[in-house]
Design a protein around this ligand. Structure first.
Ligand SMILES: [Zn+2]
Length: 238
């Protein structure tokens, strides 16, 4: 399974997922159709599926144009707000790309309809705006209890699972993480590494479950109350 980042807007990543054996291609969270279609065409890949993690327009805005251009099937959570949705993604559902199987888990918090796609055999998870490298999504619809439980589910995946998040927020998150846990040497080292990567214009994703367990203060919070305090501190952190 080959996974390519397609930058969109100021800090979104659309993920193109290609299976060489079957020739199938899916696109995860296409907020904008043009860059995803252009990258697929450049590689000679025909997009056949759209997978949405949640309804926000910067993740679904390109759905209809991609469907028009490619005839893709659109899979996403049932919130009534996903343009062109054909297939419902709820807890226990599966998405397939060739022989690769992704299990759907519900991870409410950022929105109430948010799902993550877990490809266990590939060690890959698409986590949308639930977990970011060293951070997490804002609570627009869900409660701190819900978001904390969602993050703990992702953090319980095998340590070498690669997490594909939907935004390049790592540097700002790393600064907050270093502020929240000044004694965490792994966090300090990662902040330096992320600064170097961003100065070089490099992408900081995917991250891994093991890295997040070591350096993500929201994952490391010991209960939802601590999580809620951190989330509210981060909202006002500059
Ligand atoms: Zn979002």
């Amino acid at each position: 399974m080959e996974i390519i980042a397609v930058p969109a807007f100021s800090d979104n990543y659309i993920w193109l997922v290609h299976d060489e054996a079957s020739g199938e291609t899916a696109v995860v969270d296409p907020g904008d159709a043009a860059p995803a279609l252009a990258e697929a065409e450049r590689r000679g890949w025909a997009i056949g599926q759209v997978w949405n993690t949640h309804w926000h327009p910067d993740h679904t805005g390109g759905n209809l144009a991609i469907k028009d251009a490619s005839g893709s099937t659109i899979s996403g959570p049932e919130s009534g707000r996903i343009p062109g949705r054909d297939v419902d993604l709820a807890e226990g559902c599966e998405v397939r790309l060739g022989k690769h199987v992704g299990r759907v888990i519900e991870v409410p918090g950022h929105t109430l309809d948010h799902v993550a796609l877990i490809f266990e055999e590939d060690g890959v998870a698409f986590v949308g705006d639930t977990l970011f490298a060293m951070g997490c999504g804002r609570l627009f619809e869900g409660t701190p209890e819900q978001m904390y439980a969602s993050l703990q589910r992702l953090a319980a995946l095998p340590g070498d699972t690669k997490l594909y998040c939907a935004h390049e927020y790592t540097l700002a998150n790393a600064r907050f993480a270093a502020h929240a846990e000044p004694g965490n040497a792994a966090t300090a080292a990662r902040l330096e590494e992320v600064q170097r990567q961003r100065e070089a214009g490099e992408i900081t994703l995917p991250t891994s479950v093991a890295q997040e367990r070591e350096t993500n203060p929201f994952v490391r919070a010991s209960n939802w109350q601590e999580f809620a305090r951190l989330r509210s501190d981060k909202d006002s952190f500059r």
